[in-house]
Design a protein around this ligand. Structure first.
Ligand SMILES: [Zn+2]
Length: 213
């Protein structure tokens, strides 16, 4: 029997939270190419868990002793528990782990935006809030397809995402979790492509194969 796949379209500049069971996989698809996708995961267990637990870029980097992850790497929480496995990468393979999520203040401070600019931090808080989960802070996201790299003298440089239409990564849940993405609304600097136009993305979720026997 074919495994059911659900396809979820995430509109440009918005976020979505999807519950995953252990063993489920999700493909994060760059439908048109060039779009950065801020990605988070939180244990499904909820706020009774103390301290606040989340997929941690800081802990995952040290777990693998690398600045960027490769297929086969297991991403862990701030309590060192496996939460997602990076299963496959059908993209140029550059996925930033250093940049915090954009927020209203960052658009004002760094880019001179006036008033309120749509941003990944508010997107995440809103989408998690709809599921009854208030976040005490916004963890550093895994910025899929984001081409921010370390160059000489440890400086950082932003480049346009090199993701092509249809590029995707496949992730697998290692615990029941809430998986969250924000199609980054950044339209001032180059990260979402040379034309600076945020675009829709797609999630393709497949349930875990049933246990044999
Ligand atoms: Zn963003």
């Amino acid at each position: 029997m074919a495994v059911q796949q659900s396809v979820i379209r995430v509109a440009a500049r918005t976020a979505r939270v999807v519950p995953l069971k252990r063993g489920d996989t999700v493909d994060v698809v760059n439908i048109e190419g060039g779009q950065v996708v801020d990605t988070w995961a939180f244990p499904a267990a909820g706020p009774a868990e103390e301290p606040f637990e989340y997929m941690s870029m800081e802990h995952s980097r040290i777990h693998h002793y690398r600045l960027m992850f490769r297929p086969g790497d297991v991403l862990i929480t701030n309590r060192l528990r496996p939460i997602l496995t990076f299963v496959e990468d059908h993209s140029p393979g550059v996925h930033d782990t250093l940049c915090p999520a954009c927020c209203a203040e960052s658009y004002r401070l760094y880019y001179g935006a006036e008033g309120h600019h749509a941003n990944c931090s508010d997107n995440l808080a809103g989408a998690m809030g709809q599921r009854g989960r208030a976040l005490p802070m916004v963890p550093t996201p895994w910025n899929l397809f984001m081409h921010t790299i370390v160059v000489r003298d440890s400086a950082l440089e932003d480049h346009a995402s090199e993701a092509k239409p249809g590029d995707h990564v496949r992730l697998r849940a290692e615990m029941d979790c809430l998986f969250a993405v924000s199609a980054c609304p950044q339209d001032i600097i180059v990260i979402n492509g040379d034309d600076g136009v945020p675009r829709d993305i797609e999630l393709r979720v497949r349930p875990a194969a049933p246990e044999a026997g």
